[in-house]
Design a protein around this ligand. Structure first.
Ligand SMILES: [Zn+2]
Length: 159
């Protein structure tokens, strides 16, 4: 499957959610879970407010979506996010049987590596984005530059 016009719209929304979260003092991570054209959940990273290190957008979005459908099986769903999920969230996505992940910013490759990404850095490759893994990863480049700028400005604010 290739990136569709609908994918681009959801990536744009994920970007806007992440940007708004940064403007509120949070981190630039958001997730939208969609199945058969229906939005099952939208969530952002809330770690700075809840102080829960597992309160990532992907985990929150899975919790909302599974509660909404009354099942832990999200097979057939696509998760939209600005950057690929961390290893914890990748595991959650696999357990939830998310079928596809569409992201904008490649924070994994060397030339796009973000030096100040929290402790998950370096673990990405161990768990995430395996070509023969259970989830198909696709990059929607429409918001790669905007997303990268958002990550970069957020990173420069961290010490
Ligand atoms: Zn995560």
């Amino acid at each position: 499957m290739n990136i569709t016009e609908q994918d681009k719209l959801f990536i744009e929304e994920a970007y806007r959610l992440a940007k708004r979260n940064v403007q509120k003092g949070g981190w630039p991570f958001s997730t939208i879970i969609v199945r058969n054209g229906e939005v099952l959940s939208r969530a952002v990273n809330s770690v700075v407010w809840t102080h829960d290190p597992s309160d990532h957008a992907e985990i929150a979005a899975v919790r909302i979506a599974t509660e909404k459908i009354g099942s832990n099986d999200l097979n057939g769903s696509t998760a939209y996010m600005l950057a690929p999920p961390c290893p914890m969230c990748s595991a959650c996505m696999i357990l939830a049987k998310i079928s596809r992940i569409v992201y904008a910013v490649d924070v994994v490759s060397k030339d796009r590596a973000l030096t100040n990404l929290p402790p998950t850095q370096g673990l990405y490759h161990a768990v995430s984005m395996q070509e023969d893994g259970p989830i198909k990863y696709e990059q929607c480049t429409q918001f790669s530059e905007d997303g990268f700028d958002l990550f970069s400005s957020w990173n420069s604010g961290l010490s």
